[in-house]
Structures are given as C-alpha cells and as structure tokens.
Design a protein around this ligand. Structure first.
Ligand code: FES
Length: 164
C-alpha cells in the first residue's frame, strides 16, 4: 500500500518536473536498503527484559515492555556503554550501567542525565592521579548525553524483525 502511494507520488512529481527519475531511483534504493532483518525469536526477550543484537554493523537493544517490542541503539548517548548491560524498569526506562543516564526505550529520549561523582569513601589518591582525574573531569564536563536512535521493530509469528 505504502509502496503504491510512493510510486504514484513519484510518477506525479516526475510529470510535474519536481523530481528526476534518478531521484526516484535513489529513493527506491534507499527504501530497499532499509529492510527488515530477522534478529531472533519472540521468546528470547521475555516481558521486562532486554536483548542485545548486532545487525548490519549496528548494535541494538531490544526490549519487551508489557508484551510489546522496542528497539534502540545499544550504545549509550553519553559515553558509549552498552545499555543492554544496564537495567530496564517495568515502564520501559533503561538505565545505563556506567553513569546512570536513563532513556525511554519506546522513544529513545533521554529522561535523566548521566551522573559523574567520585566516591567520598575513596582513599586519597597520589598527586599525579589527582591531577590526571582533575583534567579528565574538566574534559568530561563538556560531554553531552544524546537521545538514542530507535528502530522499527515487529513480531511476525514467533520471529522478531528490525528495520535498519
Ligand atoms: S556511558 Fe551511559 S551514562 Fe555514561
């Protein structure tokens, strides 16, 4: 259905000289490149759990929230830790295991900023380490936490498929 509408719009736009045939060819190529890939079985991701998959060079975390599947980039938008190694709440908030940034698995939106604190119970560090950590802290203060990319996901029978 979508493809039919797409093709009709393309024909109209070609007739009106709004886009060229090569533009249409490029759009069709992009559409074909964004295919669904089978990434596992439905029962491999129980309700309230996450699963890591790598497909077409993309690292993705699949989550099952109340029986519905979602997929987003597995690498944290803060400093690249694997979100699939963190936790997920019942309402689909994923907490990064590294600095605790949180993301809504249904939208990929950040819901809580990362927290960078040192433990007050640490033994005093040698001066060279203190200097190093102070410099690292200054550099890290400019690091931002970005929203996560989300991917289209569907359950077909007992299979899970993701469009990348
Ligand atoms: S890497 Fe995820 S919060 Fe820092």
């Amino acid at each position: 259905m979508i493809t039919t509408i797409f093709n009709r719009l393309c024909r109209q736009n070609i007739n009106n000289n709004m886009i060229s045939k090569s533009d249409v060819g490029n759009l069709e190529k992009q559409q074909q490149e964004q295919q669904f890939f089978e990434v596992g079985k439905v029962d491999e991701v129980p309700i309230g759990k996450m699963k890591y998959v790598e497909i077409q060079g993309k690292e993705i975390v699949i989550s099952n929230i109340g029986g519905k599947f979602y997929a987003m980039d597995d690498r944290c938008g803060h400093m690249n830790a694997r979100l699939s190694m963190g936790n997920i709440s019942k309402d689909g908030i994923v907490t990064c295991p590294f600095h605790g940034a949180r993301f809504d698995a249904t939208t990929g939106k950040k819901t809580k900023e990362a927290v960078l604190t040192s433990s007050q119970q640490m033994e005093p560090l040698p001066k060279t380490w203190q200097n190093y950590l102070e410099q690292a802290g200054q550099l890290m203060s400019y690091i931002r936490t970005y929203d996560q990319q989300v991917f289209e996901i569907q359950a077909e029978g007992d299979r899970i498929k993701i469009r990348v």
